[in-house]
Design a protein around this ligand. Structure first.
Ligand code: SAH
Length: 253
C-alpha cells in the first residue's frame, strides 16, 4: 500500500467501558499525542481529563458517517484520534472509518484495542463467559430484523453463552422481549442471566437472575445495558454466574 509522506496519522481508539482507569496505556498515549480528538459527546466527556490539551470535534449520535469523514480528512495533515466506546471493533467506529479511509486512500491508520463492555460486564458478574460465546446486537438500524432473529436462534440452539449488546434504544423497546422468547425455545427457565447497566461508570447496576424471570427487569434494561445469558452448564453462585470451562470433566478439585 502506498502512503503519502504527510505528517498526519489517524488513531481509532477504543476507550473502554467508562471509567478512565480502564483506558489502556497505549490508548492514553495516542490521545495525549493527538492534535484533534473526534467523538460523540458521551465518550468525549468520559475522556475529558485526558484530552483537555486537544482540539475537540464533537458530534451527536447518528452522526457517524460525518464524524468518520471529518477524522479521515483531518488526518492527512494532523495527528487525529477518533474515539469509540469499549473496543472500536465491537459495534464501534473501526469498520466505518476504515471504509471511508479505503475510499479516500493515503491515510495512515492505527487501531488501538479497548476493553469492551462484554469484558467489563462479565467481570462484574463473575465468570459467565469462560466457554464459547456469541455476541449479538439487537439494533436493527443497520442489520435487518430477520438476520438478527436467525442469529439468535442459531446461537441459542448451539448452546453458546449469549451476550446481547444494544438490547433497547429510545425508539426500539419491543424486540428485547422477542429475543428472550427465541432464546427460551432452547434454554430452560433456570438458565442464569446477568444484566449489567453502566459498567464501570456512574449508575453501575449489576443484576443476576434467570431466564424465566428476566422480563421482571424489563424496565431496567436500556441502551446502557448489556445482557448475558448463560449456557446449559452455567450456574449461579450467590449473586455470581459461573460457566464451567470444562476442568471438572478432567480434574478433581
Ligand atoms: N464498542 C462498544 C459497544 C458499542 S454498542 C464496546 O466495545 O463496548 C453500545 C452497546 O454496548 C450498549 O447498548 C450496551 O449494550 C453496551 N455497552 C457499552 N458500554 C457499556 C457499559 N459501560 N455497561 C453496559 N453496557 C455497555
Amino acid at each position: 500500500m502506498s502512503r503519502s509522506l504527510s505528517q498526519g496519522k489517524l488513531y481509532i481508539v477504543g476507550i473502554g467501558p467508562g471509567a478512565v482507569e480502564y483506558l489502556t496505556k497505549k490508548a492514553e498515549k495516542a490521545l495525549l499525542g493527538s492534535e484533534y480528538v473526534v467523538g460523540n459527546g458521551t465518550y468525549l466527556d468520559q475522556m475529558a481529563e485526558v484530552i483537555k490539551g486537544a482540539k475537540i470535534i464533537r458530534s451527536g449520535m447518528g452522526g457517524e458517517v460525518e464524524r468518520a469523514r471529518k477524522a479521515v480528512e483531518l488526518s492527512r495533515e494532523h495527528v487525529v484520534s477518533i474515539i469509540s466506546g469499549g473496543d472500536a471493533n465491537v459495534y464501534g467506529m473501526a469498520g466505518l472509518v476504515l471504509e471511508v479511509a479505503e475510499k479516500e486512500g493515503d491515510v495512515e491508520v492505527e487501531i488501538i484495542p479497548g476493553v469492551t463492555a462484554l469484558s467489563a460486564a462479565a467481570s462484574l458478574l463473575g465468570a459467565p463467559v469462560v466457554s464459547d460465546f456469541a455476541v449479538i446486537s439487537l439494533s436493527d438500524l443497520l442489520t435487518p430484523t430477520d438476520v438478527i432473529e436467525r442469529r439468535l436462534n442459531s446461537a441459542a440452539e448451539a448452546d453458546f453463552v449469549i451476550a446481547i449488546y444494544n438490547p433497547k434504544s429510545r425508539n426500539r423497546r419491543q424486540n428485547f422481549g422477542k429475543a428472550v422468547e427465541i432464546i427460551r425455545k432452547y434454554r430452560s427457565d433456570d438458565t442464569p442471566v446477568g444484566i449489567v447497566k453502566n459498567a464501570t461508570r456512574e449508575g453501575e447496576t449489576v443484576i443476576t437472575t434467570t431466564l424465566g424471570k428476566i422480563m421482571d427487569y424489563n424496565e431496567t434494561i436500556d441502551m446502557s445495558t448489556l445482557v448475558l445469558i448463560g449456557n446449559s452448564e452455567s450456574r449461579l453462585w450467590g449473586n455470581r454466574i459461573i460457566t464451567p470451562r470444562g476442568y471438572q470433566r478432567k480434574y478433581e478439585y
